[in-house]
Design a protein around this ligand. Sequence first.
Ligand SMILES: [Zn+2]
Ligand SMILES: [Zn+2]
Ligand SMILES: [Zn+2]
Length: 146
Amino acid sequence: MTTSTAALAAPERLRGAGLRVTVQRVAVLDALSAHPHASAETVHSHLRDDLSGVALPTVHGILNDLTGAGIVRRVSLPDAGSALYEVQHTFDNHHHLQCVDCGRVEDVACAVGEAPCLHPSHDHGMRILEASVTYRAICSDCERKK
Ligand SMILES: [Zn+2]
Ligand SMILES: [Zn+2]
Ligand SMILES: [Zn+2]
């Protein structure tokens, strides 16, 4: 199921995107691979022990660099307090299901697979770049607690 691109380790992914390989960038990519849809704060709290001295603004900066290079995708969800990030192997325009109670996030495939996958009936003369689709939901765990 994994393609050769998906199997690439962090240093190869950085090189492939034209970014200099640094210990901190590799650590951020590794933390994000282990914790998809994580905020900068979450990534920061999951950095390897020997990198615990890295400041949160540094993590924000690295995430911006990786997002700009296209190997990380920034996901803005209505019920998340801050932007979430995920490693992007290939752009698939996938969407998200989010539990409005506990914030759990799951990927759902885009039927079209490219952006924009939806077009408004009237675009007011604007060129549509993307339809940001989020399914707001209640997960079964939260449903049970009700
Ligand atoms: Zn939930
Ligand atoms: Zn996702
Ligand atoms: Zn779609």
